[in-house]
Ligand binder design. Structure first.
Ligand code: A2P
Length: 335
């Protein structure tokens, strides 16, 4: 690839798109030209990149001529419609949506874990679901050291995972509560302020949500463990940014707490915050704005001899979305 690239961001006005612009700036990604896209209603508005206003363009094939890498975070239906057209125009697409993740021809990539998979792309690379990314980061070193045999994961997911509307809803409900007014649920199925909602999206006939099945299927694809038993529960919580996941992992070979600490501390993209006596453990407000995932509360599973329980937190908009997508683009730069 050329040393400086023409980059498109589709969904540039959204939560993940905005963060992608910031991460491209922060990581000094070699951008020669940046083109921004959103829905029809935003055409003509501007977003900021490197201090300059960038006008939102209409999505049409000619607008992608000359684009080398396109980041898409406008939703699954939009990705299904636009990504093939963008690839046809000559660009490589890094897709944040659920549209292509389980397609066997599309690599599902977390660069610290399976950078090798990116090499066999055919124009589209998928970024995993935000909860999957934060969950799999600590699972990978445990799997390499002791072979995972079972995973139980319960997520506590920030409203940023539902985009700008989710963030606005928590803010509006909190302000309404402070003013003594009624809290109106528009975006989530129930009030999210001062509440927990154990349903991220639609339920399947087996009682699991689509989000829970993403966690199962994507974890297996990324770790290349097709039959790995994964028991998921995903919950929306009144936190603005950063997802937290409580995990119990069982391995074929026992991994002690001390060994796990060592494995986590050494793994790229993971940081250890595990000093409960000093009240030091990862929390969403402490992790917000950081690119790494943070692990703590590491302890032996009292119910299983080869089980470990721990707590991991990652900024959903960064490592869970934009940072991971830009890291994938960096892999392409060096391929
Ligand atoms: P817009 O701001 O014009 O609605 P979020 O995930 O934070 O809700 O953001 C979704 C992003 O996807 C926004 O940039 C939004 O643009 C964009 N988007 C939504 N629908 C479409 C569409 N049909 N075509 C292109 N972009 C879309």
């Amino acid at each position: 690839m050329a040393s400086e690239l023409c980059i498109a961001v589709v969904g540039a006005t959204g939560a993940a798109g905005q963060t992608t612009l910031r991460i491209l700036e922060e990581r000094k990604f070699p951008v020669r030209e940046l083109r921004a896209f959103a829905s029809e209603r935003s055409v003509g508005k501007t977003v900021t990149f490197r201090g300059e206003p960038i006008t939102i363009r209409r999505i049409e094939p000619t607008a992608f001529k000359g684009v080398e890498i396109a980041f898409c975070s406008a939703g699954s239906a939009q990705s299904k419609e636009y990504a093939p057209m963008i690839v046809k125009a000559g660009a490589t697409v890094i897709d944040k949506s659920n549209a292509f993740r389980m397609d066997p021809d599309v690599p599902l990539v977390i660069p610290e874990i399976n950078a090798h998979a990116a090499r066999r792309h055919r124009g589209i690379l998928a970024c995993p679901n935000c909860t999957t990314i934060v969950t799999v980061m600590p699972l990978k070193p445990l799997h390499d050291a002791g072979r995972l045999t079972r995973v139980i994961a319960t997520s506590f997911q920030a409203v940023s995972g539902a985009g700008v509307n989710g963030i606005a809803e928590l803010r509006e409900q909190t302000l309404a509560w402070a003013r003594g007014e009624a809290m109106v649920a528009r975006h989530f199925p129930h009030q999210i302020a001062f509440n927990l909602v154990p349903a991220i999206d639609r339920f399947g006939p087996d009682g699991y949500t689509a989000e829970e099945m993403k966690l199962v299927n994507e974890t297996r694809k990324i770790l290349e463990t097709p039959g790995l038993p994964v028991a998921p529960t995903t919950v929306r919580v009144p936190v603005f940014t950063s997802h937290s996941i409580s995990i119990t992992a069982e391995t074929e070979t026992k991994i002690t707490v001390g060994r796990a600490r060592d494995l986590f501390a050494r793994f790229p993209g993971l940081k250890l915050w595990d000093d409960p006596a000093q009240h030091r453990y990862p929390m969403p407000i402490a992790v917000e704005g950081q690119d790494d995932c943070f692990v703590g509360r590491i302890r032996e599973d009292l119910s299983s001899p080869n089980g470990l329980s721990f707590w991991v937190v990652g900024d959903q908009l960064r490592k869970g979305a934009a940072t991971n997508a830009v890291q994938i683009a960096e892999l392409l730069l060096h391929s």
